[in-house]
Design a protein around this ligand. Structure first.
Ligand code: SF4
Length: 383
């Protein structure tokens, strides 16, 4: 079977090369060609022995993802929709700012957590992405952007695992992908600039702290269990007190001295002053010492199936003010790429997007079979 070299972190590639009778430094050379230079053909790799290149060509490949579509926003945000097979598609989004370039990466096709305010959650779960499929989003985006922007040096300085899926429910594939992002022979990203965002998979937060401590963002969205149970169903398994305990433990390993709490502002649901006060209570007093944190308030991107609406600007400002006056650093996320549906919560196949993907693929299949008409609801919602 042909191995996809994007599936390996450097240690994995070294083990693969060892099986071919090659030394570790060959794996390092290969890794640099793939990730630092974007090479995908072995005959491009001029400092590898010809015999090794020929051997690799028979047993391995560097296989990225097919791009279904690319949309560039007026503000420079670029969204790619990638085909991951069987009618599934995932998105990655590049968000440029004056001092950084951030790539938002997906970890699963669909998501099993089913958060009420998330369009991905409403599609259900298809499957975990492989390490190669996670890494391929960065590999493609970085090398595309260098060409697109005419730059020789690195374009992507930050990665956030905030696309489609719950990364900590795809832990085995996630960790090697993170290691490739962090490797000096790969993308050389700082641990502080790689963020895993979780809805609160407590046991895996504890494992991540030990295996690959990167910056952590926790999707909080509610200040008490009854409300969080209804917004983030995983809360029934790992309620707030357990989640906060895990955050405190993570801080002993984290590259930053705070956890980022993401909080999607939902009109009349979780955006009242008493909710802000309850949050302050948690992060000031939990476990006696509180939880060192920042809050990131996220404007909700409404979609019909949610039955929810976005909090008004005045409500968001008041909420932020209450948290800030309690000494908690609080930011309000700017919405980016609205004109291309790239804003958070619409990632990776907003229901209608994925339906279109499914329909297009159904159309292609039917065309191949000589079928001429396609029902409007062919495929429906993909997951
Ligand atoms: S917010 Fe994250 S964890 Fe929740 S359903 Fe959406 S993708 Fe899954």
């Amino acid at each position: 079977m042909t191995a996809n070299l994007l599936d390996f972190d450097l240690d994995g590639l070294a083990a693969f090369c060892e099986r071919l009778g090659e030394k570790r430094f060959r794996a390092t050379q290969l890794f640099r060609w793939i990730h630092q230079r974007g090479a995908h053909q072995f005959d491009q790799m001029s400092d590898l022995a010809k015999s090794l290149r020929e051997k690799l060509a028979t047993v391995a490949e560097v296989k990225g993802l097919s791009v279904i579509s690319q949309h560039e926003s007026a503000d420079g945000t670029i969204k790619w929709l990638f085909d991951v097979g069987a009618g599934d598609a995932v998105e990655a989004v590049f968000i440029p700012e004056h001092d950084r370039g951030t790539l938002c990466v997906s970890s699963q096709a669909g998501c099993a957590v089913g958060c009420r305010f998330c369009s991905t959650g409403h599609q259900g779960f298809s499957r975990n992405l492989t390490t190669g499929e996670i890494t391929a989003q960065l590999w493609f985006a970085e090398h595309f952007l260098r060409q697109h922007l005419g730059r020789d040096e690195r374009v992507i300085s930050n990665v956030v695992m905030m696309g489609m899926g719950e990364p900590l429910q795809n832990y085995a594939a996630l960790v090697p992908a993170l290691k490739t992002m962090l490797s000096d022979h790969g993308y050389g990203l700082s641990r502080r600039r790689v963020t895993v965002s979780t809805s609160g998979v407590v046991p895996m937060m504890d494992r991540l702290a030990v295996d690959c401590p990167v910056a952590l963002a926790v999707s909080l969205h509610a200040p008490h269990d009854a409300l969080r149970d209804s917004l983030v169903p995983l809360n029934r398994k790992y309620p707030l007190a357990e989640l906060m305990d895990s955050c405190v433990r993570y801080l002993d390993y984290a590259p930053r001295d705070f956890i980022t709490f993401e909080y999607c502002m939902l009109d009349g649901v979780n955006d009242q002053p008493e909710h802000a006060q309850q949050l302050i209570q948690w992060v000031r007093t939990h476990g006696g010492k509180g939880v060192s944190c920042k809050f990131n308030l996220i404007p909700f991107n409404p979609f019909p199936e949610s039955g929810l609406t976005r909090s008004g600007a005045a409500q968001v400002t008041l909420f932020a003010k209450i948290l800030s006056e309690a000494g908690i650093v609080t930011t309000v996320r700017k919405t980016r790429g609205d004109d291309i549906d790239a804003a958070c919560g619409q990632l990776a196949g907003e229901v209608k997007d994925r339906t279109k993907v499914t329909q297009r693929m159904q159309f292609q299949r039917n065309a191949a079979l000589g079928v001429t008409s396609v029902s409007h609801d062919a495929g429906g919602v993909a997951a």
